[in-house]
Design a binder for this molecule. Structure first.
Ligand code: ADP
Ligand code: MG
Length: 281
């Protein structure tokens, strides 16, 4: 059964954690467009704002400023009831660890439980979802009886269970061995092949490389982008650009770059002082 992917648009998105006496700006003016049915990896160092961005898309946090649209929903304006309905019927979240599994229910019943808010006629058969993630043989087992990779694939099925067009996953492959990691990536790809938009936060460059597009978040901003082996620099609303991580090792913060435009091709060239010329565009 195919689903219709949900697009996501962030414009000048800001999120601030308000703590006793001080604020933490976790996201500062993020601009990002994710097309319906696209698979995107969010990468970047720890503390850069990846989980915050995912939680905003999931409607678990509310934007402090700027706009965030998820399909037909304007999450900067939506009320609690709308957010709750959206979470129950349209999008799925795979939380870090196995926090979205109920330990005493079978794999099949975990998927069914996640579908309780979805009108019967719109439910994807729970067994089909287990099949999609390669877990149909373990339908009767409880999460505790599964391997770590199996539990994580079940989490993906539970995340996809609402049948919605958006699946969000936070570090779904951390703490897994290579084989289990591969099986989880395959499960996420299978969900994407059904038509869903899939957004995955990952530390693992190998996992990121398996998605069509990777977006680097650094210091609460969207930095570089890569698509099929090419790197892009994204210019923020304030004109700041962030370099891809690989270039940053050669050009640490504070490096002065000379910018020249080739008069013939129009190509931009960035050359750091005393270093070989690099051409990021
Ligand atoms: P990532 O997922 O990339 O590691 P996070 O989105 O978790 O980053 O965190 C972004 C920033 O917000 C960090 O500075 C982090 O310390 C801070 N932060 C995250 N969660 C909270 C919270 N619940 N309360 C206060 N600050 C937080
Ligand atoms: Mg995180």
């Amino acid at each position: 059964m195919r689903v219709t992917g949900v697009p996501v648009t962030c414009r000048g998105l800001v999120f601030i954690y308000r703590l006793d006496g001080y604020d933490v700006v976790a996201l500062s003016r993020v601009d990002l467009d994710i097309a319906a049915g696209e698979a995107v990896a969010l990468v970047g160092p720890s503390g850069s704002g990846k989980s915050t961005l995912l939680s905003l898309m999931a409607g678990l946090l509310r934007p402090s400023a700027g706009s965030l649209r998820v399909g037909d929903h304007d999450l900067s304006r939506a009320g609690d009831a709308e957010l709750q309905r959206m979470r129950a019927t349209e999008l799925g979240v795979v939380l870090q660890g196995d926090r979205n599994l109920i330990p005493y229910l079978s794999a099949l019943d975990n998927v069914r439980f996640a579908q309780r808010g979805v009108p019967r006629a719109r439910r994807v058969p729970a067994m089909d979802l287990l099949e999609t993630v390669g877990m149909s043989g373990a339908a009767a087992r409880t999460p505790g009886e599964l391997t770590p990779g199996g539990r994580q694939r079940l989490s993906v099925a539970v995340g996809a269970a609402v049948g919605g067009g958006l699946l969000l996953a936070d570090e779904p492959t951390s703490q897994l061995d290579a084989e289990a990691r591969e099986s989880v990536v395959a499960a996420l790809s299978a969900v994407r092949d059904r038509g869903s938009t899939v957004v995955v936060v990952t530390h693992d460059p190998g996992v990121a490389a398996r998605f069509g597009r990777s977006v680097t978040i650094r210091d609460g901003r969207v930095g570089a982008e890569g698509r099929r082996g090419e790197d892009f620099l994204v210019v923020g609303t304030d004109g700041a650009v962030h370099l891809p991580a690989e270039l940053l090792t050669d050009m640490p913060p504070g490096t002065l770059l000379r910018v020249r435009r080739d008069s013939g091709s129009g190509e931009l060239r960035l050359s750091p002082a005393e270093t070989a010329e690099v051409r990021p565009t």
